[in-house]
Design a protein. Structure first.
Length: 411
């Protein structure tokens, strides 16, 4: 199934998006609904709240008096932390039970107001954030909910800030305009990205790519995108050692194809084969037939350059995932190449000129295979000796993997 996390600040329009996605066919799991259900009378959740906040939070019928509890927690971060510590685990458990009933090919949307605050973004294939300027949200709360401006701002302050929330998004849905505009963007997202993504995961195939090599200006969020993907992969694959951002998009200032390259380090290739189904489930199916890199002169043994290759099933974000044994020649080459380009401006300029020349020469191709093959002699005959010289001169060494901190990397 395709797992989507949906969030947005109060009065952003998240509920409208959730309703539209359900109308389109998504399985909707509403955290607010579950949050009410887990504290109904007679539930362990309500008992825990009474124990923490006292019987004053109950109405005459023994039900939770939400306005009274809200008046306690929204102005006191410590009390809000207590509330979240009780309710959030119960909601996650209830959501997981619903998730288990979903079938292959389903698009499951979890509507979670505090998704960013609770650090749940890595649990999903995509995070959608519904966004609107703060002043617009305050105006909506005043006009449509009858709140005074101070109370509205207090509610907003209890959530993540707009910049923090948007930084966690794979897709930002702008709701600064009309509802019709927002709903049209949801329709387009559903048809062009979510449905194909879900189908690709169900069939275990990568998203099609038939575009010629096109270099674009460096995007300021490539590193952040790579980090989000790395965190998801590490969560999905317990045997992974680390995920590193490599290739041209990992080098600041370097024009590149808008394709992220990631390197997943594993103990050995037997592990790589064993985790292939986990990667496919996480949205990175294996691409058959790609099992090695081109050996370099100082280490010509093909066995040192074996790998497995996966690619993203998401049509909206092309990703190449190279799975290599830690300390293998191919693994080390990818890291050294990245760091060499980062550290040597002349090398970066030379590579940029080569890429531009070859991209122009292959601009009419139906794909990038010939472009990649044309770069290979430069990697072997020019880059490799220069990289080795640079490493010796600067004292560069590959990272070690000897502590629990290993899995915290993912640059």
């Amino acid at each position: 199934m395709l797992k989507i996390g949906l969030t947005g600040g109060i009065a952003s329009g998240k509920s409208l998006v959730a309703s539209k996605l359900r109308e389109l066919g998504a399985v909707l799991i509403d955290a607010d609904v579950l949050a009410r259900q887990v504290v109904e009378p007679g539930t362990p959740g309500l008992e825990q709240l009474v124990e923490a906040f006292g019987t004053d939070i109950l109405d005459p019928d023994g039900r939770l008096d939400r306005p009274r509890l809200g008046s306690i927690v929204f102005r006191d971060p410590a009390q809000r932390k207590v509330l979240n510590g009780i309710v959030h685990p119960l909601v996650r458990s209830a959501a997981a039970a619903i998730m288990e009933t979903a079938g292959a090919g389903d698009i499951v949307v979890q509507d979670i107001p505090l998704l960013v605050e609770t650090g749940q973004g890595s649990n999903f294939h995509l995070v959608l954030v519904v966004d609107a300027p703060d002043d617009v949200r305050v105006q909506r709360m005043v006009e449509f909910r009858g709140m005074d401006p101070e109370d509205a701002r207090s509610r907003m302050a209890a959530q993540a800030g707009r910049a923090e929330r948007n930084a966690a998004a794979d897709v930002i849905l702008d709701n600064s305009g009309s509802p019709d505009h927002l709903l049209a963007s949801v329709d387009a997202l559903w048809e062009q990205r979510l449905v194909p993504f879900a189908d690709n995961i169900k069939r275990g195939v990568r998203a099609p790519r038939t575009v010629a090599p096109v270099l674009v200006k460096p995007a300021g969020d490539w590193a952040a995108q790579a980090q989000r993907l790395a965190e998801r992969i590490l969560l999905a694959v317990p045997e992974a050692l680390t995920v590193d951002h490599i290739g041209s998009t990992s080098v600041p200032g370097l024009p590149a194809k808008d394709v992220l390259d990631l390197q997943l380090a594993v103990p050995d290739l037997a592990t790589a084969d064993r985790i292939a189904p986990l990667l496919a489930k996480a949205g990175f199916p294996e691409v058959p037939g790609v099992t090695e890199d081109t050996p370099k002169p100082s280490d010509p043994d093909p066995a040192s350059w074996q790998k497995r290759f996966h690619a993203n099933a998401d049509p909206g974000r092309p990703v190449n995932l190279h799975v290599r044994a830690v300390a293998s020649a191919g693994w080390q080459y990818a890291l050294l190449f990245r760091d060499w380009l980062r550290g040597d401006p002349s090398a970066r300029a030379q590579y940029e000129a080569l890429k531009s020349q070859l991209a122009a020469a292959h601009s009419g191709d139906n794909g990038t295979a010939a472009y990649a093959e044309a770069k290979e002699p430069w990697f072997t005959n020019v880059a490799w000796p220069a990289m080795e010289e640079w490493a010796a001169r600067t004292g560069w060494t590959p990272p070690s993997f000897s502590s629990s901190a290993v899995r915290k990397r993912g640059q």
